[in-house]
Ligand binder design. Structure first.
Ligand code: NAG
Ligand code: NAG
Length: 886
């Protein structure tokens, strides 16, 4: 949840006004009000004067110095010192480019290099570069140096003017940097008299003691029809151009984690998360990617037709392409180029750098019920039993900030929640869990032990003058832990032990909200950029990772609480590259309107493309009252979000599923049942994401990379490779146009009716469900008995839905483990493939471990097989083996 200063003040004054204001653009900076962005955007193509000197191989990496040509001629040393460039190559088609100041030239400060995001295994995948070849290619003034990447891909550095790119076997470019000469690196320097480095915005002053230090450059994606990624924005899946000839100039895509009150649904504006990873996709070449590991504020322009018309620079090839322009306030260049060429290759390459998603507990992929707030124990008990009364399964009940004593996390309001342990045990007895909120702002209250301890130990982030930073948030005056420091993270993690978190039980899990961090009275509702962290790092340098570290430390706390036995569940609002290793995220404070329902699809798809598979939007919309029609449609789509939670603001009317009349209760129950019956399929997909990075919910083009009709489709999506779902985003819709890709048929999930692929169907839609189809040639595992919660389904039998293709064949998989521990990493799981062909269904072991007694023991059987698309009605079935031998 969030607030606005004004509302906050009014409440302080005792005026009970409802905050009904919408997004206030003026509270946030635009590019023109952000000096580094304004300067960068004003630069002209070709203005970079850097040349690569002394290109050579050392320690298995390519190294060079970037020297200014102007300086070379004029011998003016005052301006630009040489920069150090290193280029390294990793297995599986990954190139890494680093550019930083030369430490031997004594820069005033070491620039911040983001730690803890690249997985520890990654460096071992480095390929030792043996040698370099250098030659001059046609039309260039100077030579280029080449190193081999993989599969015929070559990394190239052109010396003059300096440019870096990857090209494929055929010599065609894939991704390049500085092809348009926009590279700029503001080096740190000593302040001279008369230098005014301060920046002011809305009554806040940023002292900027180190002065300008921004970096910007152009990146070009070749043979690309569209670019995607760089969440988090509430915008389309295929990124719209922000400038360039023929484009109405808009703000660049901003990556700056912010608590934006009532964000609007079609905007490049920065919200809670930042993942500086972009993917391009096109029909002729396929997919490639570019990731800039940098945690400072970033702004990114997308140009539709390129810079040419403006600059007259023409690239050495006539390939079609998309130009982009990246600007960051601080940090270094640490950039990764991914060659693809298939969509799933790029995701695999990216997640080999930042990690694949954690394997969640099974309960956490079922349905969650949340509200700001479930008032007291009686309310909790009542909501819980109403689910049973109405025969609606759910797994988790959530408590928002009001459950605490004065917004001091890890405490309980003892009047409203006098018996928290007993309450959790009652819920747990039905196989359900609870979640409480734990935010990063710590109430500055001398009677609060956590605050006293953090103060004594010096664990808070410091303001620019070196005192504990003090900002306003829910509890009033608050301070923020310096999560960059590993010692503080580990201290924080201890706070989740059952002993330390009084009133908690092993069935309690955690929600991290407001971790951008949100500071109601701070500049742009966050922490001042000149605040100081561990090791003298300025907040501006690490801002976008603050919430990431908080999420990491909290997840670690839950692992420690269970002595490393149980997988954690922590939901976070702030997001950075690598968040997928720590838990789930949601798209923040959306609104109860059709546009937000519609926008949730590209938002969740984009997070998935950038590694974060476990995400969802608040079902029903957080702000505002939801009309029953919208609520039902939202449940029907939400049942397919990887993270499925209903949530609402405290000013809204209650909206538990049974409050809108019998018919709507029935429709919502049906939607939630769809999710529960597909849990075996979803869990299998979560395991696929865990091993390969490929997201649970995918854009159509990930499965159909050569079908142009799918490239900008963000109304429909795939769940795994087998299901296609199309949301209904308008009131009272009677029809929908649905494009079904591929050459094979699709089977309606409810009726089993077959539809031809490769065309758009105009279909009637009913209120009962949204259009969803199973692809011919696939097998989907389900569990069709409805229980109170996923836990109670553990031993239920399976149904296999076999959708035959034109060769009367199909295949699918199932992954099963205990749903909660890490035993699967020791081989305690079942992973089987089902193949149907020649009228026969067979199953074989896919587990990488040899079958043994460590195999997860399971009694469940397949009780039913549904065959779709069989040419003739089967006359008989012969069962050869009931229990598959391993
Ligand atoms: C899968 O998830 C587990 C548990 O979260 C994690 O430790 C592991 O690194 C993930 N990736 C793979 C490939 O198992
Ligand atoms: C039908 O499905 C089987 C199993 O997935 C696959 O091997 C085969 O290529 C498919 N046939 C066609 C025509 O797509």
């Amino acid at each position: 949840m969030t607030n606005r200063n004004l509302c906050f003040l009014l409440i302080l004054l005792g005026l009970h006004l409802t905050c009904v204001f919408s997004w206030k653009k003026d509270e946030f900076r635009n590019c023109n009000q952000t000096p580094f962005c304004k300067r960068a955007r004003a630069r002209k193509p070709g203005s970079c004067s850097l040349v690569a000197h002394g290109v050579s191989i050392s320690d298995g990496e390519l190294t060079a110095k970037l020297i200014s040509k102007i300086q070379e001629n004029q011998e003016d040393e005052s301006q630009i010192k040489p920069l150090i460039l290193t280029l390294s190559v990793y297995q599986d088609g990954i190139m890494r480019l680093k550019i930083d100041e030369d430490p031997s030239l004594d820069p005033p400060k070491k620039r911040f290099e983001v730690p803890d995001v690249i997985v520890p295994e990654f460096p071992s995948k480095k390929i030792w570069l043996p040698r370099l070849s250098t030659e001059t290619i046609g039309g260039d003034a100077g030579p280029s140096s080449f190193v081999y990447l993989s599969d015929g891909y070559v990394a190239v550095i052109r010396h003059d003017p300096f440019e870096v790119y990857v090209r494929d076997k055929a010599g065609k470019r894939v991704v390049s940097l500085n092809s348009h000469g926009l590279f700029d690196f503001e080096q740190l320097r000593q302040k001279k008299e008369g230098d005014d480095w301060e920046e002011r915005f809305k009554g806040h002053t940023d002292t900027r003691p180190y002065g300008p230090q921004s970096i910007s450059f152009d990146v070009t994606f070749y043979e690309a029809d569209f670019v995607y990624g760089i969440p988090e924005h509430a915008t389309s899946l295929a990124l719209k151009p922000t400038r360039g000839p023929g484009v109405e100039e808009s703000e660049p895509y901003r990556l700056f984690n912010l608590d934006v009150f009532e964000y609007i649904h079609d905007s490049p504006f920065g919200i809670y998360g930042s993942i500086p990873f972009m993917i391009s996709h096109g029909n002729s070449r396929g997919t490639s990617g570019f990731f800039w590991l940098n945690a400072a504020e970033m702004q990114i322009d997308v140009l539709d037709y390129g810079w040419d018309a403006e600059s007259g620079i023409s690239l050495p090839s006539s390939q079609s392409r998309i130009d982009t322009f990246w600007m960051s306030e601080a940090g270094i260049v640490d950039a990764f180029f991914f060659v693809g060429p298939e969509p799933k290759d790029v995701i695999r390459q990216y997640t080999s750098v930042t990690g694949t998603p954690a394997m969640p507990q099974l309960f956490s992929i079922a349905y969650h019920q949340c509200r700001w707030n479930y008032r007291d124990e009686e309310d909790v008990e009542n909501v819980d039993s109403k689910f049973d009364e109405h025969d609606i399964p759910y797994d988790v009940l959530w408590l928002d900030i009001e459950h605490t004593d004065g917004k001091k996390y890890f405490t309980w309001d003892r009047v409203l929640f006098p018996h928290p342990e007993e309450m959790q045990r009652k819920i747990a007895a039905k196989g359900r869990r609870m979640v409480t909120i734990v935010d990063p702002h710590i109430k500055r209250d001398e009677s609060f032990p956590l605050h006293r301890e953090a103060t004594q130990k010096g664990y808070y982030v410091k303001d620019a003058t070196g005192n504990d930073y003090d900002g306003w948030c829910w509890p009033g005056s608050s301070s923020y832990l310096d999560m960059l420091n590993p010692e503080i993270r580990s201290w924080w993690a201890e706070k989740f032990s059952l002993q330390n978190y009084v009133g908690s039980t092993p069935s309690l899990y955690i929600w991290n909200d407001m971790n951008e961090p949100s500071v109601f009275n701070g500049p742009e509702v966050t922490m001042p950029r000149d605040s100081l962290h561990y090791g003298g790092v300025e907040h501006r340098e690490l801002h976008n990772t603050y919430g990431y570290y908080f999420h990491m430390a909290t997840a670690d706390g839950l692992v420690k609480r269970g002595n490393g036995k149980d997988r954690p569940f922590v939901l976070s609002r702030a997001v950075f590259a690598g968040t997928q290793r720590y838990g789930a995220v949601w798209t923040g404070d959306n609104s109860a309107d059709w546009d937000h329902l519609r926008a949730s699809i590209p938002m969740v798809l984009t997070l998935g493309l950038t590694g974060i598979s476990f995400s969802g939007a608040d079902v029903g919309g957080f702000f505002g009252n939801t009309e029953p029609d919208l609520l039902v449609r939202w449940y029907q789509v939400g049942a397919y979000y990887p993270f499925f939670r209903g949530h609402a603001h405290h000013d809204t009317k209650r909206r538990e599923p049974w409050l809108f009349g019998e018919r709507n209760t029935e429709l919502i129950r049906d939607a939630i049942h769809v999710r529960y019956s597909l849990l075996p399929y979803f869990y299998t997909l979560f395991r696929e994401a865990n091993t390969s990075g490929v997201p649970v919910m995918r854009p159509l083009w990930m499965e159909f990379p050569f079908e142009e009709a799918t490239f900008s489709n963000d109304e429909a999506f795939m769940v795994g490779n087998s299901l296609l779902v199309q949301g209904i985003y308008t009131e009272q819709a009677k029809h929908a146009s649905i494009y079904l890709p591929g050459k094979e048929s699709w089977y309606d999930l409810i009726t089993g009716a077959a539809y031809k692929g490769g065309m758009t169907h105009k279909m009637e839609v009913s209120e009962e469900s949204i259009p969803a189809f199973q692809r011919a040639g696939t097998i989907v595992p389900r569990k069709d008995r409805f229980r109170r919660s996923s836990t109670q389904m553990a031993n239920d039998p399976y149904t296999l839905v076999i959708a035959l293709n034109s060769s009367q064949a199909a295949e699918g998989e199932i992954y099963i483990d205990d749903g909660k521990s890490y035993e699967f990493q020791k081989g305690a799981y079942i992973h089987r493939q089902f193949v149907f062909s020649n009228g026969k269904l067979t199953s074989s072991n896919l587990a990488s471990v040899p079958s043994s007694d460590t195999q997860y023991p399971l009694d469940a059987v397949v009780e039913r097989i549904i065959l779709l698309g069989h040419a003739s009605d089967p006359k008989s079935a012969l069962i050869e083996s009931i229990k598959p031998e391993c």
